[in-house]
Design a protein around this ligand. Structure first.
Ligand code: ATR
Length: 281
């Protein structure tokens, strides 16, 4: 029997993970099978345990189970611990369920290696302060940015993230929180990351366009077949670049593959294939 892997979510039919991991497995000559499984909302823990007790080697976890996976994993990486959410599970030799969160490193790898951006000493603006943003903060901090400003409608949530992550900051990094109103007439940022869920209903976070300069790169953690509302906004305001989160999706999968198989697959051919297949949808 091939080694079994799966992504658990609800709903799950839209998931690109089976396509991505099939590409990785073929590319690396790994004998494995990866499936998308819809898990009943009230049966997450038992479905995970059943999977691992029946030859399951590794799981990806997506909405709405990432926090539950975090609770279930008894061993976690530091980045998963701080993220409060887990997207990758496996079992160690002692049978303990282990968890990682590869979203942040996926984002940073996409920015650095696929987009050739420089994060060191840069000024970064993050829109949103929910689970998606919490999940990527530590890897962004570790990338050596000079300033990370978190802006959120509910400013208290941004302030809370600053309090929690402040002890982890290197001396050269400032972590700040603000409301959208406080960012009026702001100096332009090097990088703006949209981590809000606004793109889901094609709406925009109410951010003042003064944050965009001619050198600014705008990055939407969401992706779609067509440019997202945030990417369109970036182009309208003459940002240097507007990038969606497709590369992040493939990079987080590559880090999960590395956790399970000890091999880091090549991501760029898979990103290109996925982009092509999206264009035909
Ligand atoms: P996720 O897991 O996707 O991060 P979440 O934890 O519910 O989901 O967080 C959603 C984030 O998107 C929050 O920061 C939310 O702002 P509030 O905390 O003020 O609610 C933000 N968000 C959602 N829709 C938005 C919109 N139309 N404009 C601005 N921010 C929005």
């Amino acid at each position: 029997m091939l080694d079994q892997y799966a992504v658990f979510g609800n709903p799950i039919s839209h998931s690109k993970s089976p396509f991505i991991h099939d590409c990785f497995a073929r590319q690396q000559g790994q004998r494995m099978q990866y499936r998308a499984i819809e898990v009943a909302l009230d049966a997450f823990d038992e479905t995970v345990i059943h999977f691992f007790n029946n030859q399951g080697k590794g799981l990806n976890i997506t909405l709405p189970f990432k926090e539950q996976a975090w609770k279930l994993a008894t061993q976690k990486t530091l980045r998963a611990e701080l993220a409060g959410a887990v997207n990758t599970l496996w079992r160690n030799e002692s049978g303990e369920v282990c968890g990682d969160n590869t979203d942040g490193v996926g984002l940073v790898n996409d920015l650095l290696h696929n987009q050739s951006l420089r994060l060191k000493d840069s000024r970064v603006l993050i829109l949103g302060a929910g689970g998606a943003v919490r999940g990527v903060l530590l890897p962004l901090i570790e990338a050596g940015c000079n300033e990370i400003m978190i802006v959120n409608r509910t400013v208290e949530k941004a302030q809370q993230l600053v309090v929690e992550f402040k002890p982890l900051l290197p001396k050269s990094t400032q972590l700040l929180a603000a409301s959208y109103q406080e960012l009026q007439q702001s100096q332009a940022y090097d990088l703006i990351i949209n981590g809000t869920s606004a793109s889901l209903d094609a709406s925009l976070p109410p951010v003042d366009s003064s944050v965009v300069g001619a050198h600014t790169c705008c990055y939407d953690m969401m992706y779609a077949a067509r440019p997202t509302a945030f990417c369109q906004w970036a182009v309208q305001h003459h940002a240097a670049r507007a990038i969606d989160g497709l590369g992040m999706l493939v990079e987080q999968a590559a880090e999960a593959f590395l956790c399970w198989r000890g091999i880091k697959p090549e991501t760029s051919p898979v990103i290109a294939l996925l982009r092509q297949s999206l264009a035909h949808q």
